[in-house]
Design a protein around this ligand. Sequence first.
Ligand SMILES: [Ca+2]
Length: 185
Amino acid sequence: MRDRRCLAAFLFSVCIALLGSAWGEENLLLNPGFEDGVEPWKNAGNAAFIGRVTWHAQSSDWSVGVGNDEGVQDAYGEWSQVVQLPAVISDETKYTFTVHVLVETSYKGKTMMKLEFQDRDGDILETAERSFRLAAGQNWQKRRLKDLAPAGTKSIRVICRSEEMQPGTGRSVIWFDNVSLEESK
Ligand SMILES: [Ca+2]
């Protein structure tokens, strides 16, 4: 019976994967769950901790985080990745940016999702952003940002960022895992 249930669950997940690819909802990010090192992600910031660890992960073993125990006031940290599109966009196109976050109990900061739409020279045409004041919790939370890339876009930078971070008292990290950027149909 248990085997049958496992098989049914497996077939269901295969169907979902096939349906997803049939609809063209393909994740354009590489290494979206941080399992293969940090490349091609880049990080930046002055927060006390910006790193990749196995302490917490939504999927598999790894996630990345930004924390500020014993850090400065109003610190920030971010993880970002640039996606090169196959060609310059001729009409504005909708994209969906999704990130999963886990917030520790003494995290104090503003969480931001940001998209930068860049032309073929890497100059920013437009940006889109959403910010959140997230409550700490035991569970991963999913957040989304949808926006239109303007005509002329050749690359998109996705940014998972924490800012206005105050020093923490031992559990100040916000963790990011399973990030995606998909063209919306
Ligand atoms: Ca992961």
